[in-house]
Design a protein around this ligand. Structure first.
Ligand code: URA
Length: 250
């Protein structure tokens, strides 16, 4: 069969196509479909797993054409406290998007409103999906200022995988860096991304988090950035990140 004909017969899942076009992560695209925001050839489609032929079918999100983009965007932001990691907020609260020049990217994963630190933003839905999926075990490092001074036994609990309400979390790498004025600084490395994970882990050992900062994500760090500042990833960093997530870099 000729290449052209084969391409015309290739079908892909609608939510995957949308993610590949940089509209949103796969999960968010599934929700957009379920919410009735997506049309294929002029008809709203809400069926999970619906497939299309991207060479023939016309896909629209909120009446706007969804197209394959060529150059993807990758940003690293030092998220300040008090900003939401959502694209928009129905209550008009400040989101990280207000800090960026580009509005066609979305945050990779989330940080709590009162957490500061490293946040990636991209329009690369496939990469975002992989970097946030627990299967890919992306390393995330935090500095947590906690109440009191955790004993060695308490730190051991965190290192072995503390019990949360939904079950145990995976073992974490934990170092006690300093202790002063009734507070301690913990350096915590995790590979999961459960909701409010670090805060719940510390609360579970009786040392609630006072402030939290994400200092690294995969091999990326906050070096050179102040709260509210951002930069584009370098070509080398993008390649390395794609490689990290098991994706081809071209
Ligand atoms: N863990 C938390 O508890 N909060 C965050 O924002 C990130 C990780």
């Amino acid at each position: 069969m000729g290449q052209g004909l084969k391409a015309l017969m290739d079908r892909v899942r609608l939510h995957k196509f949308m993610a590949a076009c940089g509209v949103a992560s796969r999960r968010a695209a599934e929700k957009m479909i379920a919410d009735g925001r997506v049309k294929v050839n002029g008809t709203v489609v809400t069926t999970a797993g619906y497939t299309i032929n991207p060479h023939i079918d016309r896909v629209e999100l909120d009446e706007k054409l969804v197209q394959v983009k060529k150059d993807k965007q990758y940003y690293l932001l030092y998220k300040p406290r008090g900003t939401l990691t959502t694209v928009s907020d129905p209550f008009g609260r400040r989101t990280v998007m207000e800090l960026l020049e580009r509005k066609d990217v979305f945050p990779v994963g989330r940080l709590d409103l009162d957490t500061e630190g490293l946040l990636l933003l991209t329009d690369d839905g496939e990469l975002a999906y992989r970097l946030t999926h627990p299967r890919f075990k992306v390393k995330k490092k935090y500095l947590a200022w906690v109440k009191g001074k955790p004993s060695e036994e308490k730190l051991k609990l965190l290192r072995e995988g503390v019990q949360l309400e939904e079950g145990p979390v995976s073992p974490a790498r934990v170092e006690l860096l300093a202790e002063r004025g009734g507070k301690s600084i913990l350096h915590i490395t995790i590979h999961e991304g459960k909701k409010r994970q670090v805060k719940r882990m510390c609360a579970a050992i009786g040392h609630p988090v006072i402030t939290l900062k994400r200092v690294a994500f995969a091999f990326l760090t906050l070096q050179g950035l102040k709260p509210g500042e951002y930069r584009r990833l370098t070509t080398e960093e993008v390649k390395k990140l794609l490689h990290y997530a098991g994706l081809p870099d071209s």
